[in-house]
Design a protein around this ligand. Sequence first.
Ligand code: HEM
Length: 145
Amino acid sequence: MTRRRTMGALIALAFLAAGCAGGAMTDKKPLYDRLGGRPAIQAVVDDFIANVAGDARINQRFAGANIPRLKMRLVDQICEAAGGPCKYTGQSMKVAHAGMKITDAEFAALVEDLVKSLDKFKVPAQEKSELLGALGGMKTDIVNQ
Ligand code: HEM
């Protein structure tokens, strides 16, 4: 009986451990909440696009862009990617950047402009790296298309 109880306890422990591993050993809230929800994402995107507009390395790329729509789509996209309650309704990254032949250097410049905003809004290192990781996963669909 004791032995069986020990087994039961072990199995319960194993399940607990598996649950922790699924959440990367944390009981953290979704990235969306940790970022501060949609208003915080909106504030970062506004500041980020202002950085891009002042960035001579890439601003020519956005000369013909619909900035209010781009901002709205970026907010939706980041919100959704962070596990928030938004739905991105824009084009796929491949289609949106098709024919632009965006270079690695231009991609890096844009990420740099975003990092400036994340730092300005004091987004902590963990959240910053999770967000940049999610966007970095889109790189192959954006660069050299
Ligand atoms: C992680 C990196 C990037 C993300 C997440 C991203 C995201 C987006 C999104 C969501 C759109 C809107 C698509 C739509 O309206 O359906 C868009 C459009 C666009 N992107 Fe990017 N992009 C990235 C990198 C870049 C880079 C590096 C450049 C150029 C230097 C660039 C230039 C553009 C341009 C010119 C448009 C069209 C805007 C318009 O016509 O209104 N993107 N991008």
